[in-house]
Design a protein. Structure first.
Length: 181
């Protein structure tokens, strides 16, 4: 009897999560201003979107520190960072994990770029990148390429972690070529 009740409760909870209306903000479109933010990194230093004005910014949201897909994505950005910086871009990762979790993740994989803590999910939500399951919030694997003027240049809503950083490098080369000097 207790087992049946537990199963029914779990089914009910799953139905509630799946069927309830979404509250997430819409994804900002290319050409629109990137939503601003002020967040702490693994060393508890503040980062603002305005700190990156005048340069390209790869702003990537990811679900969880030290999980297979997130590790693959972060390490690809690490391995391609020289090429990205040569193209004038900085890289920032954002998840809802706390700064301590980010510090362990960054240390374990020698990640040389900031991982920002969006513990309440407000920034992810402003980019349409938040999955809110009631008591659990995680960021979706979305990336935004932000131009030097602070506008969204390109969005990536379906990310293949094995080739994502190279895709951004290729797009950055194309965008920079198309930009008036």
């Amino acid at each position: 009897m207790l087992k049946t009740l537990s199963i029914l409760l779990m089914i009910g909870l799953a139905a509630f999560i799946i069927l309830r209306p979404a509250h997430a903000a819409s994804v900002p479109q290319p050409g629109s201003p990137a939503p601003g933010f002020t967040l702490l990194d693994a060393k508890k230093a503040q980062h603002r979107l305005t700190d990156y004005a005048g340069q390209w910014l790869v702003l990537y949201f990811y679900p969880k520190d030290d999980t297979p897909g997130c590790t693959k994505e972060a390490c690809s950005f690490r391995d391609d960072l020289f090429q990205l910086e040569k193209l004038g871009a900085k890289v920032i990762g954002i998840s809802v994990d706390d700064p301590e979790s980010h510090a362990k993740f960054a240390d374990k994989y020698s990640l040389p770029f900031p991982l920002l803590s969006d513990s309440d999910g407000k920034v992810a939500d402003s980019y349409g990148a938040l999955t809110n399951l009631g008591i659990i919030k995680i960021a979706k694997r979305y990336t935004f390429l932000i131009d030097p003027q602070g506008n969204i240049a390109k969005t990536y809503l379906k990310v293949d972690t094995s080739r994502h950083s190279q895709e951004i490098i290729d797009d950055l080369k194309q965008l920079k070529t198309a930009q008036p000097h």
